[in-house]
Design a protein around this ligand. Structure first.
Ligand SMILES: *Cc1c(COP(=O)(O)O)cnc(C)c1O
Length: 393
């Protein structure tokens, strides 16, 4: 089917809630994707950090097919093996105690919010339900996670929002300004992804972890984007040298299937009990099998190379000295690139796509989230497209 036909059908029948790029993708292999008409694209997006092991990895395809042929779904009222296997692996590798599985990032963060409020309610009773989040954060699109998101543009239209969030500048003074006796937790992204790929200062994160321990505030880390290898370790907090009370994940966990969840520390494992939290599809055996395959593929040889790949890409982009791009920032294969005044990031992204390179925008920046399995050859092809497209501007 040609692009115009695909587009016309979508435009008529799919609700227009996305500012779509004029590209369709039909199939692919690792970080090389093809449109229905056979146009080739190098993928520096992985969906949005979802296809962490690239497109159509044969071990991942196999794991899904085998599990689908055995059991596609079972209620959480019964035991299935993939869910428990995955929980064990994640807990062991993350230094955490127990897992809850969900289906998306926002839903996983809702779980963190419920965990913190119930932890505090069980121990201190009512009046301590406020969660501090950071300015320029992003935590999701449900009414409550929009409330938790520290950007005014998200606090529109959908009134009334959920109460109980205050937004801090990412400094200890900023935290002190919005602190109070009603606080039960702090929730943050270690690298603020959607607002432009801004890594938090390591000293700030350390001091905040100490303060949280002193006040018995839960430290909740939203690793929906940074988690599952994206920054070079299973979770980004492992590079920040902290152990959160709970951490959420989603995007990259199942290599492309919808899946997410959160892990809790020993201190929090008794908080959520039967009847207090649940979701129909959470821990679905096919998604869990896909996640197990993803973890296996990542741990075999990919994980150790993520930092080097990220450094290679950033170094190469900076040394191209493209006139419209500035400095790069990020960790591992989560990369933000400044766009210089005079051009919008969307404009630059569209132009790259026209020449066969898929990239993302975030805040005012370009954002790269390539598959963690991207090859040197694929990176070099993408870099050549950047040079050819943006070299003269
Ligand atoms: C993408 C994202 C979310 C929301 O995830 P969904 O799966 O779209 O609900 C939440 N937090 C962060 C940090 C994200 O990057």
């Amino acid at each position: 089917m040609d692009f115009q036909t695909i587009k016309a059908r979508d435009d008529q029948y799919v609700l227009n809630t996305y500012a779509r790029f004029q590209v369709d993708v039909d199939h692919g292999k690792n970080a090389t994707l093809y449109s229905a008409e056979g146009r080739e694209y190098i993928d520096f997006t992985s969906g949005i950090g979802v296809n962490s092991i690239g497109c159509a990895n044969p071990k991942w395809v196999d794991a899904i097919a085998v599990q689908a042929a055995r059991l596609g779904h079972m209620s959480n009222l019964f035991y299935t093996q993939p869910c428990g296997q995955l929980a064990e692996q994640l807990c062991r590798r993350a230094g955490m105690s127990a897992a809850f599985f969900a289906n998306s990032g926002a839903e996983s963060n809702e779980g963190l919010i419920k965990l913190a409020r119930k932890y505090s309610f069980d121990k201190y009773g009512k009046g301590r339900g406020t969660i501090l989040t950071l300015k320029n954060s992003f935590h999701g699109r449900t009414v409550t996670t929009l409330s938790a998101t520290g950007q005014d543009v998200f606090h529109n239209y959908f009134f009334p929002f959920t109460d109980g969030f205050r937004f801090a500048e990412p400094t200890m003074d900023g935290i002190a300004e919005v602190s109070g006796h009603d606080v039960c937790a702090v929730m943050l992204e270690l690298i603020q992804g959607e607002s432009g790929v801004y890594p938090l200062d390591q000293g700030f994160v350390h001091n905040l972890a100490v303060l949280c321990a002193e006040r018995d505030w839960l430290l909740l880390v939203d690793e929906v984007q940074t988690g599952i290898g994206r920054t070079g370790t299973l979770f980004c907090y492992q590079q920040y040298g902290i152990l959160p009370d709970a951490v959420s994940f989603a995007k990259g966990i199942a290599g492309g299937l919808p899946f997410g969840g959160f892990l809790v520390s020993e201190k929090c494992r008794g908080v959520l009990t039967p009847g207090t939290h649940a979701t129909t599809f959470g821990g679905n055996p096919v998604c869990a099998a896909a996640a197990l395959a993803t973890l296996q593929i990542l741990s075999e040889d990919v994980m150790g190379e993520i930092t080097d790949k990220g450094n290679y890409l950033r170094g190469a982009i900076e040394s191209l000295e493209l006139p419209c791009l500035g400095k790069t920032r990020g960790l591992g294969l989560m990369i933000g690139i400044e766009v210089k005044p005079g051009r919008t990031n969307r404009d630059v992204a569209v132009q790259l796509m026209e020449n066969g390179l898929l990239v993302l925008t975030a805040g005012p920046a370009l954002r790269l989230l390539p598959p963690l399995t991207i090859t040197k050859d694929e990176m070099d092809k993408g870099l050549a497209i950047m040079k050819q497209t943006l070299g003269g501007m």
